[in-house]
Design a protein around this ligand. Structure first.
Ligand code: SF4
Length: 120
């Protein structure tokens, strides 16, 4: 079920709110207008309560990409599509590159064949 009315996405992610106007290009800032609008809406009032001039990183939002990763893994599994998990990056440092204790290093068959061709 989409959480947005944007036609090309089901979800949006804004872990940081607020900004500082740094140039003439910021004069008609869309994010500032959106902040003012979202401050008035009950569902988003709390998140945007600091306004636009204060930059806030919303820690509770940082776990959402993890859930998307799990969803992508599950969708790949269901569709029989290889899933390769490269790592957590800045969200969660995890040098062993596991998800729920499992390592995912699946490659599409054409890549495996190409590698085999290269080694002879
Ligand atoms: S978000 Fe707005 S204020 Fe911040 S850099 Fe972009 S245009 Fe400028």
């Amino acid at each position: 079920m989409p959480k947005t009315k944007i036609e090309w996405t089901d979800e949006t992610w804004n872990p940081v709110t607020g900004c500082t106007k740094v140039s003439a290009g910021c004069e008609n800032c869309y994010a500032e207008r959106m902040t003012k609008r979202l401050q008035k809406m009950p569902a988003t009032r709390e998140k945007y309560k600091h306004g636009f001039d204060t930059v806030v990183c919303h820690e509770d939002e940082l776990a959402r990409p993890y859930k998307w990763g799990l969803s992508i893994r599950d969708q790949c599994k269901k569709a029989g599509v290889p899933f390769f998990f490269k790592g957590w990056g800045g969200v969660r440092k995890n040098p062993d590159r596991t998800i729920d204790g499992n390592l995912y290093e699946e490659y599409p068959e054409f890549m495996i064949n190409k590698q085999l061709e290269m080694v002879g």
